[in-house]
Design a protein around this ligand. Structure first.
Ligand code: ADP
Ligand code: MG
Length: 216
């Protein structure tokens, strides 16, 4: 079943001359697929991902989910989740508080929320860490909290932008496998941006290469 459809999406930034970051890109992601967008720094990966999730308005083109045009739907209404390089956790919240965030926004009832948080912490192997401040965690643990937090509201699509780049090499390889296994277990449709070919191969069910704003 078709999940995401990107049709002729172009992203430009003002400048002299203007920057053509994404040049008429088309891409389809089926439900349950984990697609890696692989390419060198500056080739437009983050801009394309931004157009998909709604943080970057495309100059032209269409983004659809299940056939529905979401190009003008604001970020928080797309039911898409996002994870960035540094996780961007809320420093004043505990582990459980971070994971609960999206559920609070959705006004999920308290009992259901607690149950979902426990379920997600188990999924990412952090049961028992509920009340820890996130500032005490290692980089790898923080990214697992970020993963649990973004999965908690059951996003239709999860967008990951260089999610492992801030970690050291050994941990990165291990976590890449772990993240893939979690995404496959949950059955999430995902788009992961990376400049690391090994990471792309490990994490994705399909690798798409990008260069100079275009897919190869
Ligand atoms: P990647 O994620 O592959 O490194 P980006 O999408 O971040 O690439 O950037 C693509 C191009 O767009 C680069 O030339 C970058 O300098 C430019 N760019 C990205 N964001 C902005 C911005 N906010 N303003 C101006 N230029 C930008
Ligand atoms: Mg980027």
């Amino acid at each position: 079943m078709t999940g995401l459809e990107v049709r002729d999406v172009t992203v430009t930034y003002p400048g002299r001359p203007p920057v053509l970051a994404v040049d008429s890109v088309s891409l389809t992601v089926e439900r349950g697929e984990i697609v890696a967008l692989l390419g060198p720094s500056g080739c437009g990966k983050s801009s394309l991902l931004g157009a998909v999730v709604g943080t970057v308005p495309p100059a032209s083109g269409v983004v659809r989910w299940a056939g529905e045009d979401v190009t003008r739907v604001p970020v928080h209404r797309r039911q898409f989740g996002m994870i960035f390089q540094d996780g961007q956790l809320f420093p004043h919240r505990t582990v459980a508080g971070n994971v609960a965030f999206g559920l609070e926004m959705q006004r999920t009832p308290r009992d259901e929320r607690a149950q979902r948080v426990a379920e997600l912490l188990e999924t990412v192997g952090l049961t028992g860490y509920e009340d820890r401040p996130v500032t005490d965690l290692s980089g790898g643990q923080r990214q697992r909290v970020a993963l649990a937090r973004s999965l908690a509201p059951r996003p239709r699509l999860l967008a990951l932008d260089e999610p492992l780049s801030s970690l050291d090499a050994g941990l990165r390889a291990r976590l890449a496998t772990e993240v893939r296994d979690i995404l496959l277990a949950v059955g999430t449709t995902a788009m992961v941006v990376t400049h690391d070919p090994a990471e792309a191969e490990t994490m994705a069910t399909r690798v798409v290469r990008m260069e100079d704003g275009r897919l190869l």
